[in-house]
Design a protein. Structure first.
Lengths: 161, 161
DNA sequence: CCTATATAGATGCATTTGCATGTATATTTA
DNA sequence: TAAATATACATGCAAATGCATCTATATAGG
């Protein structure tokens, strides 16, 4: 669990959660599932691809002309290597991105968004943005939103994005 | 979107979210994914089946000897009809539950947890419970936990469980 | 009572996902 | 610099999921 650097004996009492903690966990699941399925449904209803496409396109658009390597997408999007590989393949097939051989690294490809891809991302935002507002913004006051943001931050380890 | 009962013209300005709202949404996703994968991993590491099995067994254990119909599980667990059908089938195969023909309804089966199933649920709890504590309880003070619980409640519609 | 419709649950088929492994190139080490 | 190891990405295969549809029984309407 961790590296012991001294002679102390560490004992972990990993105890059971309180009812409040369990309920919070259950509500985290519900809030996520409900919001997520509402958003995916809205995209699907408008004949758009799933959210994962948006995420990838946004990441690529931010990266600009230089594009990104697949392993960079992997880390940015917290996806498995094979998920990135296949998602890139599918999005490329629809010409929303292009894959070029990397000059520095013969193993790798550089992934670059196309104009068509930028356009798709923007059109998806017209659905996605207002839906985020509907499932989060409209249900909380600005102070509550800030508070929720902060509390969720406590649950997340590492880069707090 | 809703039933208009008068002659008024309703205009919806469904606007775009603030940066804070978007960040809250992103953190909801991260908090969920991170916590969930940590918990699923812990179960899998201990050679236990996935969380969905626990949820179903818990629901069945609460229902007692009378058991539950599949459509009741469907609603309780917010699963699709075919998901319940297949999950029940898999859990039955390992004898953690049994299916009996319903007396009142020739179409249906009654799903009842077995002793073996109760035992499994309890053993899973020894992993699951402390993990909930680790991913939620340990990262928040009791007041923060109560606050998070309440804010997530705002995001959830319908039965606030 | 007979017909039409609704509900409970199962399942075939296509798509997606996860795991393990494969191929190719890069880096390290001896 | 040759061999061993690590990294980047692709992919075969099995399991899981989603959708549509099927069967069987129940209920409603004439």
């Amino acid at each position: 669990m961790f590296a012991c650097q001294c002679k102390c004996i560490y004992i972990f009492f990993m105890t059971y959660p309180t009812d409040e903690t369990v309920q919070t966990w259950i509500r985290l699941i519900r809030a996520y599932n409900q919001s997520m399925s509402e958003i995916e449904q809205a995209l699907s209803d408008s004949d758009f691809p799933p959210l994962s496409w948006y995420d990838m396109l946004l990441e690529l658009e931010r990266a600009g002309n230089k594009g990104l390597r697949q392993y960079e997408l992997e880390r940015a999007l917290l996806l498995k290597q094979y998920s990135v590989s296949r998602l890139v393949e599918k999005i490329e097939k629809k010409q929303y991105l292009k894959r070029e051989a990397s000059k520095d690294d013969g193993r790798g490809k550089v992934i670059i968004i196309t104009e068509k891809g930028k356009d798709l991302r923007q059109r998806m935002w017209h659905i996605y943005g207002p839906k985020i507002e509907a499932v989060i913004g409209q249900k909380l006051s600005p102070e509550e939103c800030r508070e929720l943001n902060s509390l969720l931050g406590n649950l997340i380890s590492e880069p707090h994005n």
